[in-house]
Design a protein around this ligand. Structure first.
Ligand code: CA
Ligand code: CA
Length: 151
């Protein structure tokens, strides 16, 4: 079954971010996702790397967010920080919440937003994280010992 509430939120976030994408020359550089597709498993951490273009003359922060209303992650946002003289790549680490519920594979969209003035976001500004099926999800739905009788 489709989750229309989540779809609506995703469409809203997508539109919001499309408006915030830098379409004209930006002064403070651009941030974007270096990792756009990650596979994660329950109870484990995963990282998303963020790149920054241009010279860093000030500390630049970008926030990575996910709709965590289903509580599949520990927390819903992390901040990536870039410092002058430092690396143009920063990474954020999220933890997949370890519950005991059987869940089939789920796909989440993480979005990136610059929170330092003068810095903007460019594409790719979204990353897809797939949480693998866990807690014997397919065991719940699998059919064992099927026998068919044709008359
Ligand atoms: Ca879960
Ligand atoms: Ca689970």
């Amino acid at each position: 079954m489709m989750d229309f509430t989540r779809m609506k939120t995703d469409v809203f976030l997508t539109l919001t971010l499309m408006y915030s994408i830098c379409l004209v020359p930006c002064n403070g550089g651009l941030v974007y996702f270096l990792d756009t597709q990650v596979v994660a498993s329950e109870g484990n951490q995963f990282s998303l790397r963020i790149g920054h273009t241009g010279t860093l003359t000030q500390i630049v922060n970008a926030i990575v967010r996910v709709d965590n209303s289903d509580q599949d992650f520990v927390g819903s946002s992390q901040v990536a920080a870039f410092a002058p003289g430092g690396d143009n790549v920063a990474s954020v680490t999220f933890m997949v919440f370890d519950d005991s519920e059987p869940e089939i594979e789920e796909t989440y969209t993480f979005t990136l937003q610059a929170i330092t003035s003068g810095t903007d976001v460019t594409i790719p500004n979204m990353a897809t994280v797939i949480i693998q099926a866990n807690d014997d999800a397919y065991g719940v739905f699998s059919i064992t010992n099927v026998s068919l009788t044709f008359l």
